[in-house]
Ligand binder design. Structure first.
Ligand SMILES: Nc1ncnc2c1ncn2[C@@H]1O[C@H](COP(=O)(O)OP(=O)(O)O)[C@@H](O)[C@H]1O
Ligand SMILES: [Mg+2]
Length: 332
């Protein structure tokens, strides 16, 4: 990764001006836009409570964990605040294939002056620690034990980190910040909703100074987000249509939370549903392609019924064959 040229924040921003929150607070920020600063999504809708918690993370060096169901905007919420503050940001998804060596670093063979030598190449954790970055551990509760073992070392002891192989202790940069997102509150998959999540060691949960919770937005706000994403569509998609789509989404979310179905429509899915309506000119076909086909076959009946209730139309198999036809035509 390329280096970061900034060091200390050089400006103060008004929370009221930037996030539209009724508050006198000012927060430190950078005026230079480093390449590690996330891009601004002008349509992002900030949750005031979560925003204030995250801003405490940035301005007062608190470790903040954001908890909530998937697609509630946890990861983007942190990124969008970093984007407004021009704070470089690095996101590590612990759910992925990240290994201990990716995090810490490893010996690699390099050629120096014609000779092969072994050199230690720092992983993403030491890299971030030495720089003014906001490090996000995404899906914190899905991290594998070998990876959590490394993170445990970071969470202990004032955030100092020992590179065991190198016999070196790294003191974090004064503007290094730590955030995490999680689907559960570290109690594992007790609700049965999140397979693959682990019990997070209580000592590890204790290291988070602030735990804040993000829920889905009110339908009117979600409508605005979807409107914001539909600006380059070739067809007109009415507010009434989007509200019906959001009603279906809400039913899946409630049903998921009650443990009745195992897949829910996140805002991301609703956005791709809208995009597919633009392509197929048919809400039912688009629904099947963007959501229904991802669901467990045993649950498709209930979910199809949600659609039928909100759209007052059948979701028959013939729609699926029409979708195939449309695609085979190569019209899109
Ligand atoms: N408040 C919001 N404003 C704008 N877009 C949002 C909002 N919440 C979620 N989204 C959109 O929904 C998608 C999922 O968000 P993400 O941050 O990945 O969710 P999570 O991390 O909670 O699973 C993203 O494309 C994001 O842009
Ligand atoms: Mg996320």
């Amino acid at each position: 990764m390329s280096d970061i040229q900034i060091d200390q924040p050089d400006t103060m921003l008004s929370v009221r001006d930037i996030f539209g929150i009724n508050s006198q607070l000012k927060v430190p920020a950078y005026s230079y836009v480093d390449e590690h600063v996330p891009e601004i999504d002008p349509n992002y809708v900030f949750n005031p409570e979560v925003t204030l918690a995250l801003l405490a993370g940035f301005s007062r060096n608190r470790r903040v964990m954001v908890q909530g169901l998937h697609g509630t905007g946890k990861s983007t919420h942190i990124e969008q605040i970093a984007a407004r503050l021009n704070w470089p940001c690095v996101r590590i998804n612990l759910d992925g294939h990240i290994s201990r060596l990716d995090l810490v670093g490893k010996d690699t063979i390099v050629i120096r002056e014609g000779k092969q030598i072994t050199e230690f190449q720092e992983g993403i954790l030491p890299w971030a620690l030495r720089r003014p970055t906001a490090l996000i551990f995404d899906e914190f509760d899905a991290g594998r034990p070998e990876v959590m073992f490394v993170i445990q070392r970071l969470l202990e002891r004032d955030g100092k980190f020992t590179l065991l192989d190198q016999n070196e202790v790294i003191t974090p940069h004064s503007q290094f910040r730590l955030f995490a997102t999680a689907n559960t509150v570290g109690l594992g998959n007790s609700s049965g909703l999140y397979h693959g999540t682990q019990m997070v060691n209580q000592a590890q949960m204790d290291r988070w100074d602030i735990v804040t919770n993000l829920s889905y937005l009110p339908a009117e706000d979600e409508l605005q987000i979807i409107r914001g994403k539909c600006t380059n569509f070739s067809r007109e998609i009415s507010d009434t249509l989007i509200m019906s789509m959001l009603e279906v989404a809400k039913m899946t979310r409630n049903s998921f939370a009650a443990g009745d179905i195992s897949t829910l429509m996140s805002p991301r899915t609703v956005i791709s549903w809208a995009e597919n309506i633009d392509i197929f000119d048919d809400p039912a076909v688009a629904f099947r392609l963007s959501f229904l086909n991802k669901c467990d076959e045993a649950e498709q009946g209930i979910i199809a019924e949600f659609f039928q209730r909100c759209f007052d139309m059948e979701l028959s198999e013939s729609w699926a064959s029409r979708a195939n036809e449309l695609m085979a035509d190569g019209r899109h």
